[in-house]
Design a protein around this ligand. Sequence first.
Ligand code: SF4
Length: 393
Amino acid sequence: MIKDVTSTWIEPSSTGAALLLLGRGSDPSAEKGVECPGELPSPSDPTLVERAQRAKAALGDRLFVLGHHYQRDEVIQFADVTGDSFKLAREAAARPEAEFIVFCGVHFMAESADILTSDTQKVVLPDLGAGCSMADMAALPQVETAWELLEDLGIAESTIPVTYMNSSADIKGFVGRNKGVVCTSSNAKRALTWAFERGEKVLFLPDQHLGRNTAVLEMGFDLDDCVLYNPHKPNGGLTPEQLRDAKMILWRGHCSVHGRFTLECVEEVRERVPGVNVLVHPECRHEVVTAADYVGSTEYIIKAIDAAPAGSAWAVGTELNLVRRLANAHPDKQIMFLDRNVCYCSTMNRIDLPHLVWALEELAAGRLVNQITVDADTARNARVALDQMLALP
Ligand code: SF4
């Protein structure tokens, strides 16, 4: 049903997520869960490292710990493998002997691991409050409303939905049901090429920046080919003509970490450090990506710094835990954070050592806690969209 765009616009009230402090509180309306039950060890307990080692040793091969690149150092030291969200989900699937997959990352990543692993494997998220603000920006009812609008306009048939890995299982399931594909920041161009071979336009969820940057900078589209669908406005805040004319219908979502980098950050660092290389993630705003020297996924950023010559200077626009680890690993290079302000992913940082110790000790004691499961119907449809991504040429 097409709604009257002249109706009164009411600004939505802010969610509880905006009020969450590290490791405190919960937001039941978000895609993630709620805070952990149970007694967490004190963060000042000097035996935490030893306790984690002991619990891990007790679980042996039954346990496999995954650590996302943006996790804290205190947690990443216990990861059996580190990587981006997709690499980690595949690593989990490649370990069928592991009964427990402890995912040190955020909720949508644990969901993907559950979808890609066998039914006998249990995926555990040490803090259920570790969600992703970007994934929260696209809820299934909102996306279904948008799709109904495209159906009413007669353009759904020629629209291919593409969702970034950083979305809930519900959204991946929606995309699978509607003949679309999942993408990562490494294969977004291939996914869009595949989609445009099958349709005339793409509904890109939930990260507007990855969608816009890929379409404009890698595929030759104009900015005018892209429109921004705002789920909080009637008809997405767009006219039927705008939707009909668009090639890329971008969902109005963004990463609250990468979205903080501005053009001023790039200009300031270039002035401060002559000859600096600016390296950013494609979740950054279009003007930041355009002003940067290099753009790529987390894995690309790691490889670029590894391959950089000694003495070179790099300003990196991605999450701070990763940038700091890169700087420590490459003392012969000058590696700095693109923004002068601290820029952690607050939800990633909810997984801390007390939560990890608690989860591991509970598992070692035979108590399954914080299991992440995706219902069979959603998992089946999401798997279609994930398998389509794996089959991309
Ligand atoms: S860094 Fe951004 S996209 Fe990644 S989990 Fe945090 S909010 Fe989500």
